[in-house]
Design a protein around this ligand. Structure first.
Ligand code: AHR
Length: 502
């Protein structure tokens, strides 16, 4: 049997885990908004048309922050189309997804939905067809108390109190040829800097994210981050990363190295951000926001995105995730958590129907996809300080990685509750792993809960008729004596929750 041994020490921490790591994303794309979170007439819809079954699953998922309204959509979006009386809102073409946008859902509905879900909003501004002026007007509309044109317009729409939105993204994927009004790094850096200035002058203390590369595979990757940060360094808090884990063509080991690729991506962007700081002799730490990530099967070519006849809310990018995808999502979460010192926000893209952990039928039920489970367990159980693990693990070789660890793990300690959560992924396709964790500084722990996510069929999925085919079960082999030990099944995601007995 394989052996995976880990040492953890209560006093050796990577950093505090920012709860915003467990964010998600709602874009005007396909059935994410219409037929996803918003469906007036659905049996569970409330008076605002918000599906309660989706709201309940969103709460269960443990999402902390929600990015909106795009994505590619935001680069052609006029936010004014989505506010005010619904009957007056214009119907427009959306050039990001070649669909028709009715604007029946907009900024105020999104904020109401977030409040009901108890989720912090993360707003993106249009730096494609629009620019600093529209961005600062939106900030004034949302955050200024009153007595000005834009803030009084909000009040006239029934929102007396400001929305007080703190977290803003300066555009979306501006390096991508598919983006409406893509830009060079220099062009984007300039406009992002000027937008950041006027947005912050309008509303003090905003947290701002500049666009990084659309993926580690972009030809401009690295240079883009450096040039953009060189321009906006003094005006932003975050740089974004986007990474989708594409196509498993029946090469499971290679598919798993998307996790290692993500690890490299994060490490490299930290290095670039710090190089920009070093040039300035600055001790400012630019933080990272992985504000789009997930498994995504579909090829990302422009033609794949193009729809015929401008449909309204068509079924787009509705990936049905399998067990294998859930393992990759779990591994990505472990990697993200282990970068807690610099990676402070993350958005699983997207929330519902469109590459989402939640799936719905229009007029019908909502259910949990396979990837829902590792995300929900991490989001609900990983709270506190991420501890630095020393791991001794067998390795495998796939893709560009010669020595990828078969065991991936993280440990999160909450000093307030005394809870220690351990997440562990066995990436061996064939062998069980004897897992042992030596715990220093935790003399009186007891096991509170232990779960595993495992299925004999890597391609097993959850469907409307069989929604719990892939779901966590109790871990049967977990023991705590001198060490925490457990047998990790081949290709399994495991969660152990310990608590201070005193
Ligand atoms: O999440 C789907 C799309 O992926 C987003 O609109 C875009 O930002 C990315 O390319």
């Amino acid at each position: 049997m394989l052996k995976g041994r880990v040492v953890v020490d209560r006093d050796f921490a990577i950093g505090d885990l920012d709860r915003r790591l467990f964010g998600s994303f709602v874009e005007h794309l396909g059935r994410c908004v219409y037929g996803g979170i918003y469906e007036p007439g659905h049996p569970t819809a409330d008076e605002q048309g918000f599906r309660q079954d989706v709201l309940d699953l969103t709460r269960e998922l443990g999402v902390t922050i929600m990015r909106y309204p795009g994505g590619n959509f935001v680069s052609g979006y006029n936010w004014q189309d989505g506010v005010g009386p619904k009957e007056d809102r214009p119907v427009k073409l959306d050039l990001a997804w070649f669909t028709t946008e009715t604007n029946q859902f907009g900024t105020n509905e999104f904020i109401d939905w977030c409040r009901k879900a108890e989720i912090e909003p993360m707003m993106a501004v249009n730096l494609g067809t629009a620019g600093p002026d529209e961005a600062r007007n939106l900030v004034e509309y949302c955050n200024h108390p009153g007595g000005t044109y834009w803030s009084d317009l909000r009040r006239s729409h029934g929102y007396e109190e400001p929305h007080a939105i703190n977290f803003w993204c300066l555009g979306n994927e501006m390096d991508g040829p598919w983006q409406i009004c893509e830009k060079t790094a220099q062009e984007y850096g300039r406009v992002a800097k000027e937008a950041a200035k006027v947005m912050r002058w309008t509303s003090e203390g905003l947290t701002l994210t500049a666009c990084g590369s659309s993926s580690r595979e972009m030809s401009t990757y690295g240079e883009w981050e450096y040039s953009v940060l060189d321009e906006v360094f003094d005006h932003v808090d975050f740089i974004s990363l986007h990474q989708y884990f594409l196509n498993n063509e029946n090469e499971t080991d290679r598919f798993f190295t998307h996790i290692d690729n993500l690890d490299c991506f994060i490490t490299e962007v930290v290095a670039i951000a710090d190089a920009v700081a070093a040039k300035r002799r600055s001790d400012k730490k630019i933080m990272l926001s992985l504000d789009e990530w997930n498994v995504w099967y579909k090829a990302r070519s422009g033609t794949d995105m193009k729809q015929e006849n401008w449909p309204e809310a068509p079924s787009l990018l509705e990936e049905v995730y399998n067990f294998e995808d859930a393992l990759v999502v779990g591994g990505a979460l472990i990697t993200m958590i282990n970068h807690a010192d610099r990676l402070k926000t993350g958005c699983l893209a997207q929330l519902v129907n469109v590459i989402g952990p939640i799936m719905t039928e229009t007029g019908g039920p909502a259910w949990r996809q396979t990837i829902f489970h590792p995300f929900a367990q991490a989001a609900n159980l990983a709270k506190g300080r991420v501890l630095r693990l020393i791991s001794d693990t067998p390795t495998f070789s796939a893709g560009e990685f010669d020595k990828a660890p078969l065991l991936l793990s993280s440990a999160i300690h909450n000093p307030e509750t005394g809870q220690l959560t351990i997440l562990a992924l066995n990436r061996s396709p064939t062998e069980e792993m004897e897992f042992a964790m030596h715990m220093r500084g935790f003399p009186d722990m007891v096991i509170l809960e232990a779960f595993e996510l495992h299925h004999a069929d890597l391609k097993a999925t959850n469907t409307k008729d069989n929604p719990d085919e892939v779901a966590p079960s109790q871990h049967e082999s977990c023991k705590l004596a001198e060490e925490l030990t457990a047998t990790l099944k081949p290709l399994s995601w495991n969660v152990f929750v310990l608590k201070d007995a005193n």
